[in-house]
Design a protein. Structure first.
Lengths: 455, 100
């Protein structure tokens, strides 16, 4: 049981990082509050289907089934035993002066904290392609979630495109489930993929598993492609125009496209909590600053893909480390971390190998035609972003104000990185010098009615 | 006639049926479907875009992009990818008419 003056520790996110952080705190006899948007804990990669679905973890998570099951069972037990408080279906929409504003079914409530562990994860990193605003274009993550959590494919004839481990994985999972996958198009050429070899050799079994999945795709897989345009009619996508590695023009008929280039850290709450950020050249995105344990200062700790893109295994380790740092800072006995830190270093080497082998397509983004849409929310074009840079200079937030890119319903999650590349090209500076869109509360749309019910 | 939907059910087909109204017409779905799955089981899109001609059908399915907010007849909106469909829901692909 926790003592009356126990510190209030809140964890945001119940994926692998949030679950391991919670478990570490419970072991130290603390009672964390875990706020999660999902209906059941697990996060995205270990997302669970609704009650009543029958597929086994082996069918859902393949080689990762044991890890998924361990996380789910452990978290559910801690919640059932009342050793943590789980707030499901709840979104933190603002962080201000040590208090979280949490949007749930009953409206908005304010939860104070002494220590905050953010395990907010990541979403797909997007590069715009002309026509990507049409119905039937989804993220690779969406294709995987639809299959795992709903048992459906999002189209009858599917093209997957982008680069990164998810591209191959989703292609193989859809094929195995019986979907019609017409093509899997990787913008990274073979020679570039080979450059990641040293890093990828840090986890040889995972790398070999990736190659085996790639083999399942057979002739559907093409490396080093150029993506030209998504064709669409009144009811959505009809085809993709692309060029293969030999520069031959190809047209693939399809009614669904899944796209993504590895991951983009979800950092809005870290921003509102006052964390400092740095532009990471290898990941080509802004990441919040934290020490190796996840300490970001001011009682805030960061764990998982929201701070370092190491994937699910890395998130479990980082969750334990962040909670351990929190315990140490509270003056409480903390478990030894040397083994976890060694593990993290190995996972970091592997992740850097992935970043090198499957890069974000900078040249493609920078040469996007003027009429192509960059911001899907409000149909802001590449031309409008370039014009704003001409008017306002190489500053991300001025371009945001002038063009409205980043001000729509997703708040820049899917356009920011592309917009910044366009501005950097126009202004003749680096993306790091252009800066990042300032995060603004609420970080999720919140109906006015929710505030009227505020207690 | 109802046009063929966007989604293809590959697994978990053995669930109870749920009925809801979409733009005033009765549609069927399965218990455990999200509103997004339910609407796309018989439709090609969820809503019209306020900024362009292209209809929208969701994008991230994880509550991050907010592309899939749809209207209900009583005037409130919901995020289709994170809300389970419920018997008797009255959904719309366009804002309600005569909305106050």
């Amino acid at each position: 049981m926790s003592e009356p003056q126990a510190p209030r520790i809140v964890i945001v996110g119940a994926g692998p990082a949030g679950i391991r952080a919670a478990a570490t705190l419970v072991e130290a006899r603390l009672h964390p509050v875990v706020i999660d948007e999902a209906n059941r804990a697990g996060g995205q990669i270990y997302r669970r289907p609704p009650a009543g679905f029958l597929r086994t973890p082996e069918q859902l998570y393949g080689s990762e089934a044991a890890k998924a099951r361990a996380l789910h069972v452990h978290f559910d037990r801690l919640a059932e035993e009342g050793r943590l408080t789980y707030c499901a279906r709840s979104s933190v929409i603002a962080v201000h002066e040590g208090r979280l504003h949490v949007l749930g079914e009953g409206g908005v409530q304010v939860i104070g904290y002494d220590r905050l562990i953010l395990a907010t994860g990541a979403s797909d990193r997007m590069a715009p392609i002309p026509g990507w605003q049409n119905a039937g274009v989804y993220s690779l993550g969406a294709a995987q979630i639809a299959l795992k959590a709903q048992g459906v494919a999002l189209g009858r004839r599917i093209v997957l495109m982008g680069s990164g481990p998810l591209l191959t994985l989703v292609g193989a999972q859809l094929l195995k489930a019986g979907a019609d996958v017409a093509a899997v198009l990787d913008t990274s050429p073979w020679h570039r993929q080979m450059q990641g070899f040293w890093g990828l050799s840090a986890r040889p079994i995972i790398a070999l598993r990736g190659l085996a999945l790639r083999a399942m795709l057979g002739g559907r897989y093409h490396a080093g492609v150029r993506l030209e345009r998504i064709e669409a009619g009144a009811s959505g996508v009809t085809a993709l125009r692309w060029r293969d590695a030999g520069d031959r023009e190809r047209i693939t008929a399809c009614d669904m496209i899944g796209m993504g280039w590895h991951l983009r850290a979800e950092t809005h709450l870290a921003d509102l909590a006052g964390c400092a950020f740095a532009y990471d050249e290898q990941w080509r995105q802004w990441l919040p600053k934290a020490d190796e344990m996840g300490r970001a200062g001011n009682g805030v700790y960061l764990a998982g893909d929201g701070v370092r893109l190491l994937g699910a295994d890395g998130a479990e380790v980082a969750g334990r480390l962040a909670a351990t740092a929190c315990l140490a800072d509270l003056g409480r006995p903390a478990p030894s971390v040397s083994a976890d830190l060694r593990k993290l270093a190995r996972l970091e080497r592997f992740a850097r190998g992935l970043a090198c082998a499957f890069p974000w397509p900078v040249a493609m983004v920078r040469t996007l035609p003027d009429e192509a849409i960059v911001c899907r929310c409000e149909n802001v074009t590449a031309g409008a972003v370039r014009e704003s840079a001409d008017l306002g200079g190489g500053d991300a937030n001025r371009v945001k104000s002038l063009s409205r890119a980043g001000m729509g319903r997703c708040q820049g999650r899917y356009c920011q990185l592309a917009a910044v590349e366009l501005v950097a090209t126009r202004a003749g500076c680096t993306p790091g010098a252009v800066g990042r869109f300032r995060g603004q509360a609420p970080v999720r749309p919140a109906p006015i009615g929710a505030f009227l019910q505020e207690s | 006639m109802i046009a063929a939907g966007r989604i293809v059910r590959l697994a978990e087909r053995d669930r109870a049926e749920v009925q809801f109204l979409l733009d005033g017409e009765i549609r069927g779905a399965l218990a455990g479907d999200t509103v997004l799955t339910a609407m796309l089981a018989s439709g090609r899109a969820l809503r019209k875009s306020e900024f362009g001609a292209e209809p929208r059908a969701g994008f991230c399915l994880m509550g991050a992009c907010q592309d899939c907010w749809v209207w209900q007849e009583e005037g409130s909106r919901l995020r289709a990818c994170t809300t389970p469909v419920a018997e008797g829901m009255r959904l719309r692909t366009t804002p309600p008419e005569n909305w106050p």
